[in-house]
Write a new protein. Sequence first.
Length: 301
Amino acid sequence: METVIAQVPLTDAELKLLQTLIYQECGMYFDERRAHFLKDRLQRRLKTCQLDSFYAYYRLLTSREGKQELALLLENLTVNETSFFRNKPQLDLLQKTVLEDLLHRKQERRDWTMRVWSAGCSTGQEPYSVAMLFCDALAYYYLRNPLPFEVPSPKPLIPPPWKLEVLASDMSYAALRTAQEGAYSETHMEPVDYTTRLRYFEKAGDKYAVKHALKELVQFDFHNLKTEFLPRRNDIILCRNVMIYFDEAEQKRLIEKFWHCLNPGGYLFVGHAESLFGLSTKFRMVHENNGTAYQRLEAAT
Ligand SMILES: C[S@@+](CC[C@H](N)C(=O)[O-])C[C@H]1O[C@@H](n2cnc3c(N)ncnc32)[C@H](O)[C@@H]1O
């Protein structure tokens, strides 16, 4: 017989208090469509904490002792869905147009460092995909424009003098741990083709582990996008499928922060179902073969 667990009643006032707290902490906004998900997660956390009212739970979350529970609640509210090479047309645009443009401009200025930030990286497939695309783009670039000196053999993934720094951040510690581990099941590897697996992965038990040389290009860190202090001087920012969970005011604030976190002429990538339309005039849209990116405009300072 199925056991029915009694649910603790959640009043409208308590729900509002909790919704506001969550919004203030991380920008996530639960409209009517997602209220059911929020209520379900709140019930589960309340049960784990063995509390008998949501007001008591709210008091815990706002207390000094409740910091850890607050982080756990936020983590339980995140949607971590991701995949390697997600939104292929957009990544083709990144590799073929955006990286080409940045490589040319940087080489002219003799600036050899490329900084990419994957904001809301979940379990790591996005930043690792970008690192692989960058290594391939650079190899192809040098096939056509050979370096004036011998590159040591075996060729490093990033030939000198270039340097790639991929910062990957999230506010879910569980997702960051998986990302840092960098070992993926056959199901997760489905979008990764045969040659890419050979070049960047090695078999570890029944999983595929990201090779050390690629792994060391990516640095994982905790960042809550709601905060003011975010990593600056990026050439590319990917914040895909994160802003859909924010309301319009928070989206506007975040895009403004991204503008400041990009180098002049840098590019922002948002998710397939997201756009900057109506949210900012400080970017130029670049659209090619179903892929979209937004380039920071300078006149708008
Ligand atoms: C659906 S996943 C997207 C992953 C990846 N960017 C992609 O498109 O495949 C959304 C991620 O955003 C993170 N996230 C949500 N709100 C955040 C915030 N305020 N600060 C940092 N990360 C956040 C979640 O933890 C989750 O891992």
